[in-house]
Write a protein that binds this ligand. Sequence first.
Ligand code: FAD
Length: 354
Amino acid sequence: MSETPRHEVIVIGGGQAGLAAGYFLRRAGADFVILDERQQGGGAWQHMWPSLRLFSPAPHNSLPGWPMPPQPGAEFPTVDHAVEYLREYERRYELPVRRPVRVDGVRRTNGEFLVDTDAGPWSAKGLVSATGTWRAPYVPAYPGMAGFTGTQWHTSSYPGPEPFRRQRVLVVGGGNSAAQILAELSTVADTTWVTRRAPRFMPDEVDGRVLFDVATRRLSGAANGVSELGDIVMVDSVREARERGVLHALPMFDGLTRRGAAWAGGTEREFDSVVWCTGFRPALRQLRPLGLRGRQGRIPTEGTRSVEEPRLHLLGYGEWTGAASATLIGVGRTARTAVAELTAELDGSPEQRS
Ligand code: FAD
């Protein structure tokens, strides 16, 4: 029988968050491995729809160490460019990513973590969970969903506009995904947009750079949040949709019917498809055996460190694991702190918060 591979740290997930953790683990001289279930690098970006644009220019989407190169002819990079950047980043820093290796569960054994995978068990003293949210799409429950005879999609399964040509499509959600998908679909289909509250568009000159600056000021206590700026970045396609007059949202429906949706007051409309752009939850199923789960699928943390399990850090899932940590530009800052805390914990020395 072969021996269980053993490392000081295992990082689960080789998307941008896992790579940023790897960069700092490498610099700290740690013995680590990154396990990723996908065949190829690039994390969730490789599954996003081709027309999606990042909401800030290339240098503002950089991981630690090596800035994202500009994309010729595109101020706001495409998803392909983001994927290429991540793959090159992985090669450049020779990060030890093993793929495809799917982590099915994590248990405690003899004071270490035993990581069960489809390629056998691995063990480690410390763990960084960087599994993102793509695997856990969230769709809210509404009456009538099961009986709707049209097709239902989620941001994570959106295939681009072709299958929707000449359809009547209902787009649900008030964020950037909904606005960009609506903008694209409205060029080939008859679209209706619904949001829980009126959509909040950012001024045209505001992009992801400003969001990151606000997150930074919030960290230093100089700003409360981004709410004053709005939610939706006016990338070219969304601006153009506004010019065509299709960027108007209705209030949420009460429920779906067999052939469409029904609103309070008796209004009904028929649709061929519904696209739920209603977000994601952290993909943390593999950590369930540790018994750490809090509300909404989260694990209680202080910064990135699990409150109950100090040798476990959660990286890149959203604001609750660090300001702007679910963005390319923001995850590096959080990864640096997480690795400093984790390596200090494993060394038994006091934390080095940077
Ligand atoms: P992922 O990219 O999902 O990587 C997680 C990795 O973990 C994957 O490779 C997966 O294979 C692996 N994994 C998961 N579970 C397991 C398991 N059990 N075992 C082994 N491996 C596993 N951010 C920006 O900065 N700019 C933008 O413009 C922007 N636009 C966005 C648009 C959309 C539509 C979405 C959804 C997000 C956008 N984001 C943007 C946010 C963010 O940058 C991405 O969500 C990013 O992919 C998150 O990176 P991650 O490394 O945390 O997760």
